[in-house]
Design a protein around this ligand. Structure first.
Ligand code: ACM
Length: 265
């Protein structure tokens, strides 16, 4: 299975252009699974809820139709971060469009900083998705700082974690991508953006360095801090079923859940 990410600079507010850029990237990737950054259709640095409303998409709708068409035509599963409008509120979501004609959504559970001014926290739990017989989960950016989130997906049998991100804290996700992959024995695709958004006196810079990590915590593909492009690698996702790190040491069987969760507050 060939998995990958596309690192780029979404143009703030230019949803049509961003979708076109990503659809072209899917077409040229020649991969089974391509992950794009968080809020990749809209940009990240919102200053006013009206900007969220102006750039948000409902699913199904024209945005998901465009990605679904590309997914089916190219036999590729696509994961894309976008602002979602659902039932009159907004979520920081990821679309999962699969080659078999399905569109599904994950809604970010751990909102970061000022995102709380614009979005509701996720209400769908940690769903999983089938990509050609491989179980895939999605976490969005700040979700990576909560080991319980990745653990929940892994205990549910997820083999690949897709991690759309807009990273503004230096180096943290490069650490956690290796840790979460290693401690759970899963593959990890961190799809970050790069560039700087300057908006009315506010500025945020994004750190790039998207990467793919294998089920033992090794980086097997990595973009530079300011690279635009697709990066892909062949993996054997069945390796994620092997939780043994030594003949008598098993990441899952050796857990002691009876000792955990004693401190609840
Ligand atoms: C983040 O969650 N976008 C830092």
């Amino acid at each position: 299975m060939k998995i990958g990410f596309y690192q780029f600079v979404p143009e703030f507010g230019n949803v049509d252009k961003n979708i076109d850029t990503m659809v072209e990237a899917v077409k040229s990737a020649d991969a089974d699974l391509v992950v794009f950054p968080e809020l990749a259709t809209s940009g990240y640095l919102f200053l006013d809820p009206k900007e969220v409303e102006a750039t948000a998409s409902a699913v199904p709708g024209p945005m998901s139709d465009a990605f679904l068409k590309a997914a089916v035509e190219t036999d590729t599963a696509v994961v894309v971060g976008f602002p979602e409008k659902a039932d009159g509120v907004f979520y920081n979501s990821a679309l999962i469009a699969t080659h078999d004609g399905k569109v599904q959504v994950y809604r970010k559970n751990h909102l970061f900083n000022e995102e709380k001014l614009f979005f509701k926290p996720g209400n769908l739990g940690f769903p999983t998705f089938d990509v050609k017989g491989v179980k895939v989960g999605v976490l969005i950016c700040f979700d990576h700082m909560f080991p319980e989130a990745a653990r929940t997906l892994a205990l549910d049998g997820v083999q690949i974690v897709c991690h759309p991100a807009n990273l503004v804290l230096p180096g943290f996700a490069q650490i956690t991508s290796c840790c979460r992959a290693l401690e759970n024995g899963v593959f990890w695709i961190l799809a970050n953006r790069h560039g700087t958004e300057d908006r009315k006196g506010r500025s945020l810079s994004y750190s790039g360095l998207s990467r793919i990590v294998d089920n033992r915590g090794n980086v097997i593909a990595q973009a530079g801090a300011a690279d635009t492009g697709f990066y892909g690698v062949e993996i054997d996702p069945a390796k994620a079923f092997d939780k043994k790190v030594a003949p008598m040491a098993d990441l899952f069987a050796d857990r002691r859940p009876e000792l955990y969760n004693k401190i609840t507050k």
